[in-house]
Design a protein around this ligand. Structure first.
Ligand code: TYD
Ligand code: ZN
Length: 421
């Protein structure tokens, strides 16, 4: 395995079978090169040390249509100390407030002692909303720093990965009325163990509600930078039906959300518990029309992503030659993928601003760009350009930074087509 010669093999495995159907009819659809884990910001003292990089490639299963990574970086290596904090992004906190209220009104309001379990509960932002609405809550969060933060702020959190065995422990006291999981099932390697655990946890009448970034948005809007080692699966409705059908579960509703560049909220329960809404059929039809079952859809996607990369690089070099001062906005994980794929380092971006206290003072992996506090934006030169690495918050950020913009500062939005605003 020459390709991964500078990789610590103990942290890496290459799988050869589809995560849902076990099929081996897997096609490479996008190669993003060798990349460091996208959330692995480094300390100043580590700048001279060698950094681990792993192949980052997207494959498509010709049997169940799941788009997925087969290059697996050990999860303990990726998630034990996690810097992504839900509460640092105001739009997400707003999204969660409404989310909890919607679920409460639809499923929990009339129940006595509702119990909400969240898988991958991060710093407890969503559960806090359910708690306010009167539910008992339990978070399960593998990152010890986040689980501690949540527990310290009154959100009871188990510091572990969710698994069938943890589900069994929880139901010894009670079944969950709702199990919620946002942007986590794409992180899970063993989807069968996950679904088995969820099936036990929701019992006869509970509902599993989860949000996943939608593959169709990724492909349409060329969101290649949302592909990174933590995200093992890139879901659409058809492969999910295939997965949950194996556990006597069914989808009874699908709703589209705008967060994270296009997200699906999916509602699952035991078969025949709920009337299946028309939305489910609508999404299935949409996916076939889109061509999720056709390799040509992905061939075009791959060509478009490579063209986009060339456009971003050309534009940044042009701006640099014009002596513009360039910095990054939002030290997101997706930002690191974009920086590494397009070879943008500290010779191009002076620094990246970010509101997350845990990220400030650190450096981006491999590209070594310093991360600074968001106050820094008030010290920028008049014709500076901010490369928006958190493009999922474009509206909020452009609104928030009106002073920067009215002083002549501009934003470069990299995807789906680089534009300066
Ligand atoms: P995010 O898009 O939430 O996630 P990912 O890491 O999965 O790609 O990352 C956005 C980053 O941008 C996060 O570190 C917080 C930061 N941020 C700001 O600095 N300012 C803002 O106004 C917002 C909304 C986010
Ligand atoms: Zn498959």
């Amino acid at each position: 395995m020459k390709m991964i010669d500078n990789i610590k093999m103990s942290n890496y495995t290459l799988v050869k079978k589809c995560r849902i159907c076990g099929g081996e009819n897997l096609h490479l659809i996008l190669d993003l090169g060798k990349q460091p884990p996208a959330n692995s910001l480094i300390e100043k003292s580590q700048l001279d040390l060698s950094e681990p990089v792993f192949p980052l490639r997207l494959f498509w299963c010709n049997d169940c249509f799941l788009v997925q990574l087969l290059d697996i970086v050990k999860k303990e290596f990726l998630f034990k100390h996690y810097l992504y904090m839900t509460s640092a992004s105001k739009p997400i906190v707003e999204h969660f407030t409404k989310y909890a209220l919607d679920i409460h009104n639809e499923f929990l309001k009339k129940q006595e002692n509702p119990f909400v379990v969240e898988i991958g509960s991060n710093d407890g932002s969503l559960l806090r909303q359910f708690k306010k609405l009167g539910s008992c809550i339990l978070g399960i969060e593998p990152a010890s720093n986040l689980a501690k933060l949540a527990n310290d702020s009154g959100i009871t959190t188990m510091n572990d990965f969710f698994s069938l065995s943890n589900a069994k422990k929880i139901v010894e006291s009670k079944n969950a009325s709702i199990v919620v999981a946002n942007n986590v099932i794409g992180h899970v390697e063993n989807l069968h163990d996950l679904m088995e655990g969820i099936k036990i946890l929701i019992g006869e009448h509970g509902v599993f509600v989860f949000e996943v970034p939608y593959l169709l948005d990724l492909v349409k809007k060329l969101e290649f930078d949302t592909v990174y080692h933590e995200h093992l699966s890139y879901f659409s409705v058809l492969p999910i039906i295939n997965l949950i059908g194996r556990f006597n579960l069914e989808i009874f509703d699908v709703q589209k959300q705008t967060v994270h560049g296009g997200t699906l909220r999916i509602f699952v329960s035991k078969k025949n518990n709920f009337k299946i809404k028309d939305s489910v059929k609508k999404f299935i039809k949409l996916e076939y029309e889109f061509g999720i079952n056709n390799i040509k859809t992905y061939d075009k996607f791959s060509d478009d992503v490579q063209n986009l990369k060339n456009k971003i690089i050309t534009l940044l070099h042009k701006l640099k030659n014009e002596k513009k001062s360039l910095f990054g906005y939002g030290a997101s994980a997706k930002g690191n993928v974009l920086l590494n794929y397009c070879n943008i380092d500290s010779s191009i971006l002076d620094y990246i601003i970010d509101t997350t206290p845990l990220k400030q003072g650190k450096f981006t992996p491999v590209t070594h760009i310093p991360i600074v506090s968001s106050d820094q934006i008030s010290n920028t030169e008049n014709d500076s350009i901010a490369l928006l690495l958190a493009w999922n918050y474009e509206n909020q950020i452009l609104d928030k930074e009106h002073d920067f913009r009215s002083n002549g500062g501009k934003f470069l939005i990299p995807i789906p087509e680089p534009i300066i605003k």
